[in-house]
Design a protein around this ligand. Structure first.
Ligand code: SAH
Length: 224
């Protein structure tokens, strides 16, 4: 019978052949993180299907290809400070931490992952700790549309829920030269994954394709 490790390698290989994973850094990070440890136990046999899965409280863990696409867009490097809005299960934060704080790196970066739903923040914290990422990922419970000022500014920001527009606090908490990846668009529809790069006080915007995420709530999210 195929082990989780076999299934993980097979999925990552398929994403590599489809050119969704483009760099070794993303490939190695996705090979390192056990996705099965971040999903509810009854769904573990589906851990390496390339699809989103339910997590808790009607939320989801993103499909592996979407995690890969966002990581490629972000060009994560060792030593970077990263903010994730929408920690969910903690899986994507763990993948990012493999890139910014690889084991043995001289410059160890850090991922700050904000989650609005208390039970999910708790779930993410447990998964992160069990899988050995507590030193490089901090899960914060709160409204991530306000960013997380105590650790700002960030080299990279990713939002893993669909926003009506880019929340202004996130733009303000991005370093000069920093990159922000965020799905923008209508709720329960196809959204556009946007990449914003900051240069001084201006931002260049690039559309990176369609995507489907659960809605971003909170001050600068949807209140439907
Ligand atoms: N990145 C996650 C999946 C994200 S699903 C993973 O790897 O598992 C989107 C998550 O965003 C949900 O858990 C939802 O509760 C959260 N969310 C929605 N609005 C938010 C907000 N304003 N601040 C923080 N988290 C938010």
């Amino acid at each position: 019978m195929a082990t989780f490790s076999d299934l993980r390698q097979k999925l990552v290989q398929a994403l590599w052949e489809d050119r969704i994973i483009k760099t070794r850094a993303v490939r190695d990070a996705m090979l390192a993180v056990p996705r099965e440890e971040f999903i509810p136990e009854r769904l573990r046999s589906s851990a390496y299907d390339d699809s989103p899965l339910p997590s808790l409280e009607s939320q989801t863990i993103s499909a592996p290809h979407m995690v890969a696409i966002m990581c490629e867009v972000l060009e994560l490097k060792p030593g970077m400070a990263v903010l994730e809005v929408g920690a969910g299960t903690g899986y994507h934060a763990a993948v990012c931490s493999e890139m910014v704080a690889p084991k043995g790196a001289v410059a160890a970066g850090h991922v700050y992952a904000v989650e609005r739903v208390p039970s999910l923040a708790e779930f993410a914290r447990g998964n992160i700790s069990r899988c050995g990422y507590s030193g490089s990922v901090t899960v914060i419970e709160g409204d991530g549309t306000m960013g997380y000022p105590p650790a700002a500014p960030y080299d990279r920001i990713l939002v893993t829920a669909a926003a009506p527009a880019v929340p202004p606090p996130l733009k303000m908490q991005l370093k000069d030269g920093g990159v922000l990846a965020i799905p923008v668009g209508e709720v329960y529809s196809v959204q556009t994954l946007l990449r914003l790069r900051r240069s001084g006080d201006s931002f260049t915007e690039h559309a990176c394709g369609g995507c489907v995420f659960v809605p971003l709530r909170g001050q600068y999210g949807w209140n439907t």
